[in-house]
Design a protein around this ligand. Structure first.
Ligand SMILES: [Zn+2]
Length: 209
């Protein structure tokens, strides 16, 4: 009997570990909600590095993070808005490249500790209208001026309203703002996810199948 109990316990642990790993997997956000727009700036040379860093326009996030973002999108669409993503999961190797160019923790997370993007638990996102058209926001992506601050007051009323709508929706579903960038949101459970250096190619191959 004891042996059966032991076997049962091991089986339970095995299934539980397998399930928890699977539930934390990285997923392509568009497979959960195709209405979320993805415009990954690091898949183009239109970014502060001036070079292409990602091999595809793909936004990967940990599954619980992605599921929360789907709820944000539903909430926003009911109000006539939507999300456009500028960045999600970022491999650690890309973080190291960024740090080589801008070794300033005020702008780029030190790869020794990793960015929450490296954990698949942060998203850079802006607000669009229901038809996917860009809306006026305080700044563009990766603006390193103080205008990018999430509470910066000296921007147009329209930009302030849009920033407020985005922040309200994101924080209502478990995301947190940061002071320095209005477009960046951390998942509330970010530290639960380890830093990863899985190349994007692995997921792009999976998407083709
Ligand atoms: Zn970010």
């Amino acid at each position: 009997m004891k042996r059966f109990l032991n076997v049962g316990l091991w089986f339970f642990c095995f299934v539980a570990i397998g399930y928890s790993q699977n539930s934390y997997e990285l997923v392509d956000i568009t497979t959960l909600d195709s209405t979320i727009l993805v415009d990954i700036k690091y898949a183009t040379s239109d970014n502060f590095m001036g070079e292409v860093l990602y091999t595809a326009n793909i936004c990967l996030l940990r599954r619980p993070v992605a599921e929360r973002l789907v709820l944000v999108q539903k909430h926003l669409r009911n109000q006539g808005y939507g999300l456009k993503i500028w960045d999600g999961y970022r491999p650690l190797s890309v973080q190291k490249k960024m740090w080589e160019k801008v070794p300033d923790p005020g702008f780029v997370a030190d790869p020794r500790y990793g960015s929450n993007h490296n954990r698949g638990a942060a998203v850079d996102v802006t607000l669009v209208d229901i038809n996917g058209r860009d809306l006026e926001m305080p700044t563009g992506f990766d603006d390193f001026s103080e205008k990018a601050r999430s509470d910066y007051p000296d921007v147009s009323v329209t930009a302030q309203q849009h920033r407020f709508i985005l922040q309200q929706a994101m924080t209502a579903y478990g995301f947190q703002t940061i002071n320095s960038e209005w477009w960046h949101f951390n998942d509330k459970d970010m530290k639960a996810y380890p830093v990863l250096d899985v190349p994007l190619e692995q997921f792009i191959e999976g998407r083709k199948q």
